[in-house]
Design a protein around this ligand. Structure first.
Ligand SMILES: [Zn+2]
Length: 195
């Protein structure tokens, strides 16, 4: 129905996380009702983001600037680094306005079952930054899972020689991946209760 262009567009939308075939069809229909006002601006924004957005070489965040806007911000506390698993976790903390230091995005967690080892994670830039000596505290905000815990243990071991203070956000708080769904108050409590 509707020809190959429409079919392939709906299929692409259906692969977007959070959308399925039904919502893909609904979204495409809605866009088609206003091609100039909705569809072309969306297409242009997709092209521009695909061309411009990169991983920050320092922290692993995604931004059109490198170093990213957060790393380049002089008003933030550059002596504290909060380690998270995903860019989504970073966004959740930023949305909550509970933290004013820098970040480091690992890009996942160690997983014996999933076959993710230290070489698969974005570790070297973190060790470099801490090794440079200006960082006073590293906060681990990793998921409360077996993988999150083993990643935390591994990081504590790797960071120990630097002498930097390593803290962890309150245990039992479902961070990492699920951090997105936490309300701001819970995030603030988790950060304050680090030890
Ligand atoms: Zn950055």
């Amino acid at each position: 129905m509707g020809g190959p262009e429409l079919e392939s567009l709906i299929q692409m939308f259906a692969r977007v996380p959070g959308l399925g075939p039904r919502s893909a069809r609904r979204a495409v229909l809605k866009l088609l009702q206003n091609p100039a006002g909705r569809m072309l601006p969306l297409a242009q924004a997709l092209v521009e983001a695909a061309r411009a957005v990169r991983h920050c070489a320092l922290c692993g965040n995604m931004d059109s600037r490198d170093p990213c806007t957060i790393c380049a911000d002089d008003k933030r506390d550059h002596a504290v680094i909060c380690v998270v698993e995903t860019v989504g976790d970073l966004w959740a903390l930023e949305r909550a306005h509970v933290y004013n230091g820098l970040y480091h995005v690992l890009g996942g967690s160690l997983s014996a079952l999933g076959g993710t080892g230290p070489d698969d994670l974005n570790l070297a830039p973190l060790l470099d930054r801490v090794g440079a000596g200006d960082v006073l505290e590293v906060i681990l905000a990793l998921s409360a899972t077996v993988d999150g815990a083993s990643t935390a243990h591994y990081l504590v071991d790797r960071l120990a020689p630097s002498g930097v203070r390593v803290t962890r956000v309150a245990q039992g708080v479902p961070i990492g991946g699920a951090l997105d769904v936490l309300d701001d108050g819970t995030l603030a409590t988790a950060l304050r209760a680090r030890r």
